[in-house]
Design a protein around this ligand. Structure first.
Ligand SMILES: [Zn+2]
Length: 99
């Protein structure tokens, strides 16, 4: 039962459980864009080591063999969630396994 009767936008989000060896965690690099004297600078940031997975909810290191991904839609990953955050904030979402 929900506490509010508000009309909410359709929510397709779900939790996808993947192995910490999933390709999504390989070669994670980011580019930092900035403007300087009217010119756009693109600076490559160092690649994040494959085994460093941080929860986007609480910023704690995820050490489990399996990692929860908060998916907004089947092809849109919002970020990682540790088991604790998953239970605390997203327990109502469907959970699927990536086999
Ligand atoms: Zn967390």
């Amino acid at each position: 039962m929900s506490e509010t009767e508000e009309v909410e936008e359709e929510d397709n989000s779900f939790i996808k459980i993947v192995s910490r060896n999933h390709p999504i965690f390989k070669n994670r690099a980011a580019t930092f864009y900035s403007m300087q004297n009217g010119k756009l600078n693109a600076e490559k940031l160092p690649t994040i080591p494959d085994n460093i997975i941080v929860c986007d909810g609480c910023n704690e290191l995820i050490k489990d063999e399996e990692v929860g991904l908060l998916m907004l839609e089947p092809d849109r990953c919002w970020g990682t969630q540790c088991k604790k955050c998953r239970v605390e904030y997203y327990s109502e979402l469907p959970v699927v396994r990536d086999d």
